[in-house]
Design a protein around this ligand. Structure first.
Ligand code: ATP
Length: 350
């Protein structure tokens, strides 16, 4: 079962989503992006809650949405999908078991068989003892795991996960993320995960599709995206500084920063994107080779000790130890010198 979709959706606010998405069986694609990027719009279109204005959606070879062909629009309940929402949305008057049995029952499976299968799913997710509990008596993490069992119990060809850990506290988030990871590894349908959370995306997805303002800005494996961010949003997400630059021999000229010398082994030449971690930026009271004067914008806890955001050049952060903070007299407005460790600089085509 493959998902093949081209989603063009317009909103009266002027927003336009344009997303081509192909998900193969066993793939987990995370849709990541800042607020208003169009992630929920895409998920709603896939679920059949919002028809596309142009494009089409094909699930396992069946067209389920194609504008101009109303006969082809398949409503949500008849698409072969399971959905996990941010807030579990379990039926409050049904026990955990009845919630999980609900989908198979609605598809005509006999009560006894549906309950047996629901019990099996609850067992698989380590929830067997909670089978008789009503949702109001489950913790947030337990309820979310029941919601996952409910989505999987219909054996969906397409599993949609909408910020599945966002409403949980830190401890439950870890437990639910681990459970999701286990279940997704065994899931042989297509999965689409919408999230703001880079950890969810990195831990759960086999591919990341990053949306900004309705368009795809980056598409790749978690490792590719984490090491070669293409926009400031993606760079911030994966904790890297991102600049434009030029490679000339072994040297890199970072725009707004200056020359980083003798990194060696550069395969690129000409214009490049340059990414480096904040820990690769060193701060000094006096000029050192290949350093430039900088002004501190903000000092905050973060990274390995203290994260320093620079005002000039803008958009660059450095991680320093608390000891270095004291030694350098770090505070907003401080004027220092900064250099970048060349061996931690990665250059790639823009
Ligand atoms: N019902 C609606 N009517 C009109 N415009 C809408 C509607 N819902 C969302 N939009 C607009 O569509 C755009 C995309 O919104 P969407 O909710 O898909 O983004 P998102 O990436 O899911 O954001 P978030 O991370 O904040 O949930 C936004 O500009 C939003 O204002």
């Amino acid at each position: 079962m493959t998902l093949d979709a081209r989603l063009i959706v317009r909103r009266d606010t002027g927003f336009r989503l344009d997303l081509a998405l192909r998900v193969r069986p066993g793939e987990v694609v995370a849709l990541l992006g800042p607020n208003g990027a169009g992630k929920t719009t895409a998920l709603r279109a896939l679920a059949g809650l919002l028809p596309v204005d142009e494009g089409r959606i094909e699930l396992a070879g069946e067209v389920v949405d194609e504008p101009g062909r109303p006969d082809r629009f398949v409503p949500p309940e008849r698409r072969n999908l399971g959905v996990v929402f941010q807030d579990h949305r379990l039926f409050g008057h049904l026990s955990a078991l009845e919630n999980v049995a609900f989908g198979p029952r609605a598809r005509g499976v006999r009560r006894r068989v549906a309950r047996a299968s629901a019990m099996e799913w609850l067992g698989r997710l380590g929830l067997a003892e909670l089978a008789r509990r009503l949702p109001a008596r489950l913790s947030g993490g337990q309820a979310q795991r029941v919601a996952l069992a409910r989505a999987l119990a219909v054996r969906p060809g397409l599993l949609l996960l909408d910020e599945p850990t966002a409403a949980l506290d830190a401890g439950s988030r870890l437990a639910v993320r681990a459970e999701l990871s286990r279940q997704l590894a065994d899931f042989d349908g297509c999965a689409v995960l919408v999230t703001h959370d880079p950890l969810d995306a990195m831990a759960l997805a086999t591919r990341l599709v990053v949306l900004e303002a309705g368009s795809v800005v980056q598409d790749g494996t978690p490792a590719e995206v984490a090491t070669r961010p293409r926009t400031d949003y993606v760079a911030a997400l994966v904790g890297l500084n991102l600049c434009r630059g030029t490679v000339d021999g072994a040297d890199v000229e970072i725009e707004g920063f200056g020359r980083v010398a003798q990194a060696g082994g550069r395969s690129e030449t000409g214009s490049v994107l340059v990414a480096f971690p904040p820990a690769a930026v060193t701060l000094h009271r006096e000029a050192v080779p290949c350093s430039r004067p900088v002004t501190v914008a903000e000092v905050a806890a973060g990274g390995i000790g203290v994260r320093v955001r620079l005002a000039d050049p803008p958009g660059i952060s450095a991680d320093v130890t608390p000891a270095a903070m004291a030694e350098l007299g770090l505070a907003a407005g401080a004027r220092l010198w900064a250099a970048v460790r060349p061996d931690e600089v990665r250059c790639y085509p823009p």
